[in-house]
Design a protein around this ligand. Structure first.
Ligand SMILES: [Zn+2]
Length: 962
């Protein structure tokens, strides 16, 4: 360890870690280590990468260093790791001023492998040896015959064209351009498609040479590991091979403006859209510096009060003034100088002055009258709760700490810890609630501040076509000016690139990427942790695990069947209950009260199917998270909501229904792969029929009809909503799932028994129904330009763990090659359910029939599948990494409920895991017949564009607009 000097060492209670900041003596490399017990280890290597133009050079480097390196000379190490490592995170990101490469794993050997591939990628990439890597990922001219049109192509080039074709993507960029004319933030580090072709191979290599050096790097290690061994490895294999290099990569501070910058930018809209009603206004403020952590949190609290909470003041004022149809706010914190923005979309040309005036008047009014302290308190509580809980879903928490602290470490070498040490800051801010601290911040940064801009996005029809034409002309001119020799060179280069792309990595090259042995994998599945007891007719599941002082509660009242008339109301539980006035609260007050006391609280209704009996269970549920001193609160609020919600505020219910309709429509457009797959299954599966009626197209039809005929139907709607609530929240089969200490559990038991006494008595099912399968084979036309193509069917036979290995092969090999690489779709999925459903679905797919054919041909591919032992093992390990993804505390508790309700037991999991780990080629091939049987059933559902659907209309029984 004598190669590293300790700069700072501190115990950081907030993240339960010992933090040490080192400096590598020879090169000055910065290394930060957090030692703790967390199994989910994180490594990241990053560089400060400021830009002086918009050619996207850091972004192209990010892509290309992952295309092979000295020790790992294969073409796509990233994809190989995705297929067959146990990673819990694997990615790379380009920011306006830095590029980082993080990986995570819970397996010690796997973690070492991932670190090795990533370190070699950034320091010894193959980009110097193979120019085709730059051409493929960055940009290149394309020309196959001398008479063809000259074209530009490239992965980053296409990716950024996509970003620049959305108004949101452009707005984010222009906001920074308008505020930082003198430092690197003026430019687009991702690359502006107009400027990307200005980047030469030499300038690109120079950028790597200059910034990808240990003297400019930030290394981060987090979790349970042998730190000394890891640091020595980093030194020996990489850092020690370099000398110190003086690198100026600092980001200069942008001087404040004397007055607001008024900035206009044109963007493209569709031909049917109205030019006068599609203006976007964004008022942007530079708010201090990123190392002022107290100020950052205070700004977020102000944002919550003014723009985010139900009934937020500035948002309401802008809506009331009729400015635009979509009001939002944003905070960009990944910069030396953070930016806060208030945005109005779908506004009119003449709204500009009014937009500025309403903001200014409202802010002054707020400063005059003072902010509501209860609302600020609710925000601080919410945020403190999130910091304590550290639940970031599938993102390892060590990674989140890294991303967070980079926002100060990048600009101040000595202090990466401050951003994590929040306990004292929250105490401080709570004291400030008694003063006019928050009002003064509004005054200083949002009223008197002159380092601001107003960005006006001016809508223009046909702009995209105009730009495409200009590019075409430019390229035609370019080609006309070329000699025959130059043209032949481009044709040769195009051929060479294609040949490079077609040539697969060799077996020897592939074998440089390490793969674990099956023996390295734990043969046992995850155990159940809950203790199950019964008291007073209630089933209690208690997980006595360390929850950091937080109680996790799922309260479930289950009924067998549900009357048909209530089916469409299932998804409304979450959005309606708690969002309407009750006897003692207006809905606004109720929300502030809940946010002030609980980490999470919501109602839900759901249906679950038992894995063994295939019986369906409908239930009303309450979900809550709270500190131990607030255990009674969820029961209090639930009682208030269940027994005193006012069902006669028809205007409020209409607003909520409109929100539900808009949200479902968005889901159909953006998550059409899920909706279409679900719909295709609903033709033969009762479970999925219910899912579609509750959340899919069936639900969308219901809510559309309800709104169209709201005046005649509103009373029936209110009666059914109330009826569904009273039908589900009944005494009888109650399950209480709880995670937390023994002591707190005793209290939960008493509170639950009390609560159950007030529930409704079980009512008669006065609208029984039978599920009737019907193969509808529908196509739904949307205004979008892409398809979501789904096929699903059920086979008759046993479920088996080797399906997991097969679906990994399908996802990362068969579908990847046919639907993504050859077809150009953004994504494609395959899943096999425990009930024997085989489901295929594609995402943002330009095709329809060829995708469907790929699904139908899967069985042939599977029956002829042939790879060596090592490759098959890779797919098994990759599949296991999905099964073994580490769970957060909240997920661990929730899993117990799911296992209990679906009847999933340890023995079944063990059997499946055993089958997966021992999957042979023969096993895989045998599964082909199940795929064939399922696909032969012929169920298909597509959501997509008019032209693609009409071209293939024979494939469908019905076609309609959505
Ligand atoms: Zn990219």
């Amino acid at each position: 360890m004598e190669q590293f000097e300790v700069i700072k060492k501190e115990k950081i209670d907030e993240i339960d870690s010992l933090g040490t900041l080192y400096k590598h003596k020879k090169t000055g490399a910065r290394v930060l280590v957090f030692e703790n017990e967390d199994d989910n280890k994180v490594f990241s290597v990053g560089f400060r990468t400021p830009v002086t133009d918009s050619t996207g050079v850091p972004h192209i480097i990010e892509h290309t260093v992952l295309c092979g390196s000295e020790k790992y000379p294969i073409k796509d190490p990233f994809m190989e790791l995705a297929k067959g490592s146990l990673n819990t995170f694997l990615n790379a990101m380009t920011y306006p001023d830095k590029t980082i490469y993080p990986v995570a794993s819970t397996n010690a050997q796997d973690f070492k492998n991932l670190m090795s591939v990533y370190m070699d990628a950034v320091f010894n990439p193959n980009i110097y040896k193979e120019e085709n890597i730059f051409k493929q990922e960055g940009w290149h001219y394309e020309l196959e015959n001398p008479e063809d049109e000259l074209k530009i192509n490239g992965i980053v080039y296409s990716e950024m064209k996509g970003v620049y074709s959305s108004a949101d993507g452009v707005l984010d960029r222009i906001t920074l351009t308008s505020l930082f004319p003198d430092n690197g933030y003026f430019n687009e580090s991702g690359g502006d498609p107009v400027n990307i072709p200005d980047l030469t191979y030499e300038n690109y290599l120079d950028f790597h040479r200059r910034y990808y050096h240990p003297s400019n790097c930030y290394i981060y290690l987090y979790g349970d590991m042998d730190v000394e061994e890891r640091l020595e490895w980093i030194d020996k294999e990489y850092l020690s091979k370099y000398d110190y290099l003086e690198i100026d990569s600092s980001i200069p501070l942008q001087k404040a403006f004397a007055k607001e910058n008024d900035f206009e930018y044109e963007y493209s809209i569709g031909d049917e859209e109205n030019e006068n009603e599609n203006y976007i206004y964004s008022k942007n403020f530079v708010v201090g510096e990123s190392n002022d952590i107290k100020l950052n949190i205070a700004i977020h609290a102000i944002e919550y009060a003014l723009m985010e909470m139900p009934g937020a003041r500035l948002k309401e004022a802008l809506i009331k003034a009729g400015i635009g149809k979509d009001i939002s706010s944003a905070y960009e914190g990944d910069l030396l100088q953070p930016v806060y923005s208030i945005v109005a979309k779908y506004a009119k040309k003449e709204d500009k002055e009014k937009f500025l005036k309403v903001i200014d008047d409202t802010l002054k009014e707020v400063v005059e009258e003072g902010l509501e302290k209860d609302v600020l308190k609710a925000y601080l509580f919410k945020r403190e709760f999130e910091d304590k809980e550290q639940d970031y879903g599938s993102y390892p928490k060590g990674l989140m700490f890294d991303l967070n602290l980079m926002n100060t470490w990048l600009y101040d070498d000595t202090n990466p810890f401050a951003v994590l040490k929040t306990d004292a800051i929250y105490e401080d801010l709570k004291k400030e609630l008694e003063t006019d601290y928050f009002e003064n911040i509004i005054k200083k940064y949002l009223i008197d501040n002159t380092h601001t801009s107003l960005v006006t996005m001016v809508p223009k029809k046909g702009l995209t076509a105009e730009k495409e034409k200009a590019l075409k002309e430019k390229l035609a001119k370019k080609k006309a000016s070329m000699s025959d020799e130059e043209i032949n060179k481009i044709i040769e280069d195009t051929k060479a690139l294609k040949a490079y792309q077609k040539e697969p990595s060799t077996k020897e090259q592939l074998e440089t990427i390490p793969i674990l042995e099956i023996q390295d994998i734990n043969p046992e599945p995850r155990k159940s942790v809950a203790e199950i007891t019964k008291e007073d007719g209630i089933t209690f599941l208690h997980s006595d695990i360390n929850t950091n002082g937080i109680g996790y509660l799922n309260f479930v009242c289950s009924s067998g069947e549900i009357p048909k008339k209530y089916l469409n109301y299932i998804a409304l539980f979450r959005t309606f209950f708690g969002a309407m006035d009750t006897a003692n609260y207006s809905y606004k007050d109720l929300n502030a009260e809940i946010d002030k006391n609980l980490g999470e609280f919501f109602f839900m209704a759901s249906s679950n199917t038992n894995e063994k009996t295939e019986e369906m269970l409908f239930s009303g549920e309450i979900h809550a998270k709270m500190f131990y001193d607030k255990l009674e609160k969820p029961f209090e609020y639930a009682k208030e909501i269940i027994h005193t919600t006012k069902f006669d505020d028809y205007d409020r219910m209409k607003v909520l229904l409109e929100e539900a309709k808009a949200a479902t429509y968005q889901t159909i457009l953006t998550s059409g792969h899920v909706v279409a797959a679900n719909r295709a299954q609903s033709y033969y599966s009762k479970t999925e029929f219910v899912g579609d009626e509750a959340m899919g197209i069936g639900f969308y039809d219901f809510v559309s009809d309800m709104l169209e005929n709201y005046d005649e139907k509103k009373e029936e709607f209110a009666a059914n909503l109330k009826g569904a609530l009273e039908y589900l929240f009944v005494k009888g089969k109650v399950i209480v799932n709880y995670g937390g200490s023994k002591e707190s559990f005793e209290k939960i038991k008493e509170l639950s028994k009390d609560f159950v006494e007030d529930l409704f008595d079980k009512a008669e099912n006065d609208d029984p129904w039978e599920y009737e399968p019907e193969q509808k084979n529908e196509a739904f036309i949307t205004p979008g330009q892409v398809q979501y193509v789904a096929r699903a069917g059920k086979y008759d036979g046993e479920y088996d763990g080797s399906f997991f290995a097969l679906t990994n092969i399908m996802r990362t090999e068969y579908l990847w090659n046919n639907i993504r690489v050859l077809g150009g779709a953004y994504g494609c999925m395959n899943r096999v359910s425990k009930f024997g459903d085989v489901i295929f679905t594609s995402y943002r797919d330009p095709n329809l029939k060829s995708t469907s054919d790929t699904y139908l041909n899967a069985a042939d591919y599977i029956e002829n599948f042939d790879v060596d032992e090592r490759t098959l093992r890779k797919f098994i390990i990759g599949a296991i990494s999905g099964v073994d993804r580490p769970l957060t505390t909240g997920e661990t508790v929730a899993r117990e409920l799911a296992l209990y309700i679906t009847g999933n037991d340890y023995e079944a999991r063990k059997k499946n895991r055993h089958a997966l780990l021992n999957t042979s080629l023969e096993d895989i091939r045998k599964l082909g017949k199940y795929y064939r049987e399922a696909m032969d059933k012929g169920n298909i559902c597509v959501i997509g564009s008019k032209s693609a659907i009409e071209e293939n209309k024979d494939m469908f029984k019905t076609i309609r607009n959505i």
